[in-house]
Design a binder for this molecule. Sequence first.
Ligand SMILES: Nc1nc2c(ncn2[C@@H]2O[C@H](COP(=O)(O)OP(=O)(O)OP(=O)(O)O)[C@@H](O)[C@H]2O)c(=O)[nH]1
Ligand SMILES: [Zn+2]
Length: 203
Amino acid sequence: MQNAYEYVSSAKLPTRFGEFRIHGFVEASGQEHVALTYGAWSEDDTVSIRIHSECLTGDALFSTRCDCGFQLERALQNMVKQGSGVLLYLRQEGRGIGLLNKIRAYELQDAGMDTVEANEHLGFDADLRDYSICKTMLDTLNVKHVELMTNNPKKLKALKNMGIDVVARKPIDHGITDDNIRYITTKRDKLGHAFDPHLLKGD
Ligand SMILES: Nc1nc2c(ncn2[C@@H]2O[C@H](COP(=O)(O)OP(=O)(O)OP(=O)(O)O)[C@@H](O)[C@H]2O)c(=O)[nH]1
Ligand SMILES: [Zn+2]
C-alpha cells in the first residue's frame, strides 16, 4: 500500500534564531506540512521536539489572543540553545477547523463564549487534530526517542500510540498575557492542559 504521507525535499533555512533546515511533506489529500531541524543526532539519541499546529494569527500576525506565537519562538530558541531539535509544523489551523472558522469562533468568543463553547456552537468538536503524519516525519528525520515541548496531554498520547518513545515532557508556558489568560485557563480546565499554577495569576 502506498504511504499516505510523503517526504518531498529539504533545504537550508536561516532564521532570526540560527540556521535550521526545512523539510517538506505532503499528504495524499494534498495538504502540505513542514519540519524544521537544528543540529544533528543519531537514532539512539533523545531529541527535543515541538509539535506545533498552524496559527496564522499568532505565528505570523503577532496576535496575543493565544500563546502560539510565543511558544513557537521559544521552541526554536530552546533548540538553538540546546544545540539540536525538531519542529513539526502541522497545517491544522484552528485546531483543525480552519482559519475562517477560527475567526467565526473568535467572534463568538468576543460575545462571551469560551474557546470550546465557540467550536461546539459552530458544530465542531473542541479539537479535531490528527497527529498521524508525525510518525512519517520523525521516521524520515531518524528520530525515535523524544523530549516533547508541550502542555497538551493529547500530543503525548498520540506520539506514544504511534510507537515513538516519549522520554519526557518539557513544559512550554511562555506567552501568558492579559489578552489570552481566559483562553489558557479554558485549555487547562476543559482540555486538560498542564500549566504551572503560579503562572495563571489572572485566574
Ligand atoms: N478553534 C480554535 N482554535 C484556536 C483558538 N485559539 C488558538 N487556536 C488554535 O489552536 C492551535 C494551538 O496549537 P498548538 O500551538 O499546537 O498548541 P496546543 O494544542 O495549545 O498545545 P501546546 O503544545 O501545549 O502548546 C492552533 O492551531 C491555533 O490556530 C481558538 O480560540 N479556537
Ligand atoms: Zn494561536
